[in-house]
Write a protein that binds this ligand. Structure first.
Ligand SMILES: [Zn+2]
Length: 349
């Protein structure tokens, strides 16, 4: 019996790969038990004890904690890396979050997570369990910052313009978004034991955060011209002086649609998925890595049957309004959170 138990523990420990990936294997049992005790995780909250299943909320929380614990970074500085503490990420979290539990964010089910003023409890809601692993980890660190206060302010520009509590004033405020951005930047730039897919998602999350969640965007503006070369189907980026091209990405014909955190490529060949160009990295990123960042229009597009894929000519994405331009019609829809789901169609004569 003891032998079986020992073997199970050893197997579990071995299956969490040393490299931290987007979907790490099983969380090692001894560490998992320690996290459960330290953060007072309740089965009644997160469901049965499960260290391996990707569908288990318990595993998602334990895995996020273990990712924080197991991470290794080098020390290179970057303007995007603003440490608010000398502690390790795990100690930073543990010194602020005495308990992690599910729900309780004032009845608003669209909120990913929250901390109530004066409490040391991190409350995780349904969206937390639907976002990628790297964003779950960053959310824990973001919420830990709120234990010390640092309330958000209203965004003044960008896709979240007008969103109450959607932004921090700037990077120097050292608020929860700065802590979150700093985690993404450290993973992307200094992460030593992360899988490339986890690092790519961290990089893109950093770009999205900079574009959306600061009143003053901390990123230097990077104007880029994206071109589709119809002669050979390669994508090219022009920065004003140099061309870069992505030889493995061939889109013989398609539309380039500027988005708030990149340029989406919508191939006219309906068999191909949409792509996203990250202008900060001068990189062309596969939609497989960026499902969560492509935005509703493109994410839904990639999920459609080939025959059902519409020919979108342009899109408008704002907090309150989304619009899609087709050859013969325009679809306008209010953001679902504001109440209306059905698109209003306007036929073009
Ligand atoms: Zn926050």
């Amino acid at each position: 019996m003891l032998q079986t138990l020992l073997l199970t523990i050893l197997l579990a420990a071995a299956s969490f790969a040393e490299e931290i990936s987007e979907t790490p294997g099983c969380v090692p049992a001894i560490e998992a038990t320690a996290y459960q005790k330290q953060f007072q995780l309740k089965f009644a909250n997160f469901g049965p004890w499960d260290l391996c299943s990707e569908a288990s909320d318990t595993k998602k929380v334990l895995s996020a904690l273990h990712t924080i614990r197991a991470a290794e970074f080098s020390d290179e500085a970057s303007p995007l890396i603003t440490r608010v503490s000398d502690e390790t990420d795990f100690d930073y979290l543990a010194h602020r979050a005495r308990r992690i539990q599910k729900n309780g964010c004032a009845g608003d089910e669209t909120v990913v997570a929250c901390v109530r003023p004066g409490e040391h409890t991190l409350r995780l809601q349904a969206p937390f369990f639907a976002i990628p692993a790297v964003n779950r980890v960053a959310t824990l660190l973001h919420e830990a910052r709120h234990v010390d206060g640092f309330p958000h302010v209203t965004c003044e520009a960008g896709p979240l313009s007008g969103s109450d509590g959607g932004c921090d004033p700037n990077l120097k405020y050292h608020g929860a978004y700065a802590v979150e951005l700093s985690y993404y930047a450290r993973v992307a730039l200094n992460g030593k034991n992360f899988h490339p897919a986890y690092k790519a998602l961290a990089r893109s999350s950093a770009v999205a955060l900079m574009e959306q969640n600061f009143v003053r965007n901390p990123a230097p503006s990077r104007e880029r011209l994206a071109l589709l070369d119809f002669a050979d189907g390669h994508l090219r980026l022009f920065d004003g002086a140099n061309f870069r091209e992505h030889l493995s990405t061939i889109v013989s014909d398609g539309k380039l649609i500027a988005r708030n955190y990149g340029i989406a490529v919508l191939p006219r060949d309906r068999a191909q998925n949409s792509w996203l160009i990250d202008p900060y990295a001068d990189a062309f990123l596969s939609p497989d890595l960026l499902e969560s960042l492509l935005g509703t229009t493109f994410r839904n597009y990639n999920k459609l049957n080939i025959a059902e894929r519409p020919q979108i000519l342009d899109v408008l994405n704002r907090l309150d309004l989304q619009g899609r331009l087709y050859p013969e019609r325009v679809e306008l829809m209010l953001h679902p959170e504001i109440g209306e789901l059905e698109p209003v169609r306007v036929d073009l004569d």
